[in-house]
Design a protein around this ligand. Structure first.
Ligand code: C6P
Length: 415
């Protein structure tokens, strides 16, 4: 497998940003906290926490409604956050970004507003075998309602998509393809640009689930060529309960609203309502105003450090962790793709992942143990669950060392 790369001077300062995260200064069971669960949700830097608090303390009011100054200030900050998200994704137009609760809501929105109205019995939706439940269940629901079929391109033994297989499953009945940028359970970085190109050749629109992509790499939706891209704020060092859906304007403009309510209309009578243009059409009701503003701050924060630098730092950690974990007898890494983000899933002979997670916690090491909301991936690899260590910009080799030392304690404990 990978050899250990020295952490270069260029990469070293990234983990120094640990100091930006107040929670990481708090000991866990008397030890420095080794937080290795950023794929579930990342910790928040002080600037993000402060941005949300500042909104509530200094200028909070409902947006798009008030003529008074506070409301105008909130509206400007909220719309400013939308522009930041558009820049993060290199979207051509900020009106193509709708704030949603997160990746899950974004996928449901596209499923119900874009895909479902087009589906006929026998039509197909294509996904891969490594999707998170959020990119499986919404499609199953609309397939059940319409008689369409969910088609799955299986995962290889190394935890990768087989591009030829994926291409081969794009047929005349395929109406949509929805694919993870990065697998949350395996860490695999999918060749999404090639997959999207194949779908475009077959005239099939695409959505990329970027929940695990955006925190680890620079994303350019124009270069990718997809039709929709979505992510969750809480995995990008922003608040929970807010995320973004990007979609091509010409598609968004033709889509029915996902929910009805205030703010998404132009004119309402009891006979008929006229809908607002995107993105307001998809933001019914009062949104997570302070959360969206704080997400804008998180975007500035990661862009200030540089997503390429964050990605390189995590790659170095991944290589180091892979080498150290592989040296542990009885430990098996699940997911050995050539291109991986900072996510390592593994099992240890004779010890249930939940027991491992509990002992690691006692040693101050936070990991996720379970099926990671990706049960088909567990089935594919014949395991009920895995332990998953995932990296953020604040992690360092010390965190990996703490994980490895704690795993030796697990082995001692279980004999
Ligand atoms: N994965 C994990 O521990 P939400 O919950 O809407 O913010 O994100 C859902 C989601 C969708 N796609 C992928 C690839 C994901 O990883 C996630 C969230 C977390 O892996 C929580 S289950």
């Amino acid at each position: 497998m990978s050899t250990v790369e020295p952490v270069t001077e260029h990469q070293a300062p990234v983990s120094a940003h640990r100091e930006d995260f107040p929670i990481l200064a708090r000991p866990m069971n008397g030890r420095p906290l080794a937080f290795l669960d950023s794929a579930a949700s990342a910790q928040k830097p002080a600037c993000v926490i402060d941005a949300e608090a500042r909104c509530y303390r200094e200028y909070y009011a409902n947006i798009h409604r008030g003529v008074y100054q506070l409301s105008q200030r909130s509206t400007d900050a909220y719309e400013g956050a939308r522009k930041r998200v558009a820049e993060l994704l290199n979207a051509p137009d900020h009106r193509e970004v709708a704030f949603v609760r997160g990746t899950t809501e974004a996928i449901n929105l596209v499923a119900h507003s874009f895909v479902r109205p087009q589906l006929q019995p026998g039509d197909e939706i294509l996904i891969t075998g490594m999707e998170h439940h959020s990119n499986i269940v919404p499609w199953q629901l609309i397939c059940e309602e319409t008689g369409a079929k969910l088609v799955v391109s299986p995962v290889t033994d190394t935890g990768e998509v087989d591009l030829e297989d994926f291409r081969g499953r794009l047929g005349p009945r395929t109406r949509f393809a929805s694919i993870a940028h990065v697998s949350n359970a395996l860490g695999t970085i999918n060749p999404v640009a090639e997959m999207i190109a194949a779908a475009r050749e077959a005239d099939v629109p695409t959505l990329v689930d970027g929940a695990q992509g955006v925190p680890h790499m620079a994303v350019d939706v124009q270069a990718l060529g997809c039709d929709f891209y979505c992510f969750s704020g809480h995995k990008l060092y922003g608040p929970s309960g807010v995320g973004a859906l990007w979609g091509r304007f010409e598609l968004l403009r033709g889509m029915r609203p996902y929910q009805g309510g205030g703010e998404m209309i132009r004119y309402v009578t009891f006979e008929k309502s006229d809908f607002a243009p995107p993105p307001q059409r998809f933001e019914a009701g009062t949104p997570n105003i302070a959360g969206a503003i704080a997400l804008g701050e998180a975007v500035d924060y990661v862009r200030g450090i540089g997503l390429e630098r964050i990605g390189a730092h995590e790659q170095a950690l991944l290589a180091y962790a892979t080498e150290r974990l592989e040296a542990i007898e009885g430990l098996r890494i699940i997911g050995n793709a050539t291109h991986k983000a900072g996510v390592i899933s593994f099992v240890l002979d004779g010890v249930h992942p939940h027991d491992i997670g509990t002992i690691l916690d006692q040693e101050g090491v936070a990991v996720r143990a379970g099926h990671h909301c990706a049960q088909p991936v567990m089935d594919r690899f014949g395991v009920p669950a895995t332990v998953r260590a995932s990296f953020g910009l604040y992690n360092s080799r010390e965190d990996v060392d703490a994980l490895v030392n704690a795993l030796h304690r697990v082995k001692e404990f279980f004999g």
